[in-house]
Design a protein around this ligand. Structure first.
Ligand code: FAD
Length: 493
């Protein structure tokens, strides 16, 4: 058996990515590794990333995180999905809920039964069969042993990194404060051997995790790995962000409100609201974006808006030589479906599963890279869907989105649904069938046909099956308290 040759792990950067990586590695592999994290208070973190998806909970349970302590320290609220406004047409609204919609059978998914019911003149909206959507609209929420609600969190990004640090440091992660001034590479292999700080301190390692955010200090500035640019499909490239005072009870969902050159988010936390306006700077100036954000938010801003720039795309390799990029250094797809933090968690989980104790091999690296790329492309397609399927023609931005050619992978999915109301979730794909359907219906796709299984049902059987589903949701809804009341009560626990 080979000796352990990879033992010293150095994490460069202490934002959400750095501390997620540190907390997960030390929790799972702590006794086998020697982990150091370097971060610079002077540089700071990106300070956004407040909306999550339900996989966060799985990750937290792997880390043994106690939910109530997490909620308290990160002033989190609960999230049941995203409310989209003005995306297909100005004035339109639809909801992308977590959880499952209706009930499927092995021969056909639920949408086929619902479409048959609609043909027969009953059935209502697809979202009537989503407990999460109904609870979100009613402003209700509870979590308990028996609760079936699928949920995620709205969290304070800075507090989250601090919370994870509070787990990682006592478990053995060494934190070094300082600015990395040089990445020292082996002259022959190009492998990174050490990080040199402005103070002159050197931090040597066997494996380096680049969590330096958009700077991508190791993976790009040192290793020049290259970037695959997806801005032809996702042209938003800037955001102005500001926090504001709460003006009422926190709703259990993120709002994503489209405007003439992008969209704006609203994320309610326990003590404040996070706001940001995402736009394409070829279609809207920074000053106009800032003014629009301030005009549209509904509470007093807590500081001057900050401007962030980004580009949609992914690193050609997330893992190159002995450097693995996680978080913004590995690439970025704009935050519309709150997927970035999830990608960090998946990346560190994958590293834990395939940790190269005996040395870095091309096979391990290329499998890691292939899986990362597949995940990014899947998310990329799902985000493009929201822009492509628009009927808006009120601005050059939306006309461009509507008319742009899209990746074949996405064109096929849309055609499948349009032709036959069919949707699928491939192995290892994150977005579920229900997610694809909610967004495609919400963005105005009308399937031309669907599975005819519903027609084989006895008269009245389909109607009573759907009405039972609605009845079950109404009964569960009646038992749920108001979200705000639940948060106040539960996070004190
Ligand atoms: P950063 O937070 O930028 O951290 C970089 C770290 O590297 C810092 O600690 C910094 O000090 C350190 N560093 C950099 N250079 C040096 C150096 N020379 N020496 C020492 N240290 C250094 N994600 C979601 O999941 N949901 C969302 O709702 C969401 N919204 C977003 C909105 C916007 C506009 C943007 C841009 C991103 C959003 N994200 C969201 C993404 C999310 O913010 C990031 O994925 C997450 O915060 C991780 O960032 P990071 O740790 O990679 O980078």
């Amino acid at each position: 058996m080979e000796a352990q040759t990879v033992k010293r792990v150095v994490i460069a950067g202490g934002g959400t990515a750095g501390w997620i990586a540190a907390a997960a590695l030390v929790k799972q592999l702590g006794p086998l590794l020697d982990i150091t994290l370097v971060e610079s208070d002077e540089i700071g973190t990106v300070g956004v990333g407040e909306s999550t998806i339900p996989t966060t909970r799985t990750f937290h349970s792997l880390l043994g995180i106690y939910e109530q302590a997490f909620l308290r320290e990160t002033t989190s609220t609960f999230k049941l999905g995203i409310a989209f406004e003005n995306w297909n047409r100005i004035g339109d609204k639809y909801f992308h809920a977590f959880g499952t919609v209706g009930k499927s059978v092995w021969m056909a998914d639920f949408q086929h039964f619902w479409l048959e019911a609609r043909r027969q003149g009953f059935g209502g909206d697809y979202g009537d069969y989503s407990l999460e959507q109904q609870a979100a609209h009613a402003g209700k929420f509870a979590t308990s042993e028996g609760s079936t609600l699928s949920y995620a969190y709205h969290l304070d990004a800075t507090a989250y990194a601090r919370f994870l640090r509070g787990l990682a440091e006592p478990a053995g992660v060494k934190r070094v404060e300082g600015k990395i001034s040089q990445v020292l590479q082996n002259a022959r292999t190009g492998y990174v051997e050490a990080l040199e700080l402005a103070s002159g301190q050197r931090i040597e390692g066997d494996l380096f995790i680049d969590c330096t955010g958009f700077r991508a200090l190791l993976i790009e500035q040192a290793l020049q790995t290259g970037f695959v640019d997806w801005s032809e499909w996702l042209s938003t490239n800037a955001a102005v962000v500001v926090q504001s005072e709460s003006t009422g009870p926190a709703v259990p969902y993120t709002r994503a409100i489209a405007h003439e050159a992008g969209w704006r988010w609203r994320i309610p936390l326990q003590h404040r609201v996070g706001n940001g306006l995402v736009y394409c700077d070829a279609d809207m100036s920074d000053d106009a974006a800032r003014a629009k954000l301030l005009a549209d938010i509904d509470g007093k801003p807590l500081f001057e808006p900050r401007l962030l720039r980004f580009k949609a795309g992914t690193r050609k390799q997330s893992w190159n030589k002995n450097v693995i990029a996680m978080g913004l250094s590995s690439g970025f797809i704009e935050p519309l479906e709150s997927t970035s933090i999830h990608l960090i968690k998946i990346a560190v989980s994958r590293l834990i599963q395939s940790f190269p104790f005996g040395g870095i091999s091309d096979a391990t690296m290329s499998r890691f890279n292939a899986e990362s790329r597949k995940e990014m492309e899947h998310i990329r397609d799902f985000i493009i869907l929201h822009y492509k399927l628009t009927e808006r023609d009120d601005s050059p931005f939306w006309r461009r989105c509507r008319d742009m050619p899209i990746p074949d992978s996405l064109a096929n999915r849309i055609a499948l649904f349009r032709d036959n109301a069919a949707a699928y979730q491939g192995a290892d794909e994150m977005f579920r069938i229900d997610s694809w359907i909610m967004v495609m219906l919400g963005q105005g796709v009308e399937p031309r046909s669907y599975h005819q299984l519903g027609r084989l049902m006895e008269p009245g059987q389909l109607r009573s099956a759907l009405s039972d589903l609605k009845g079950g949701i109404a009964a569960e809804l009646a038992r749920l308290p108001a979200h705000q009341d639940f948060v106040e009560h539960y996070s004190k626990g």
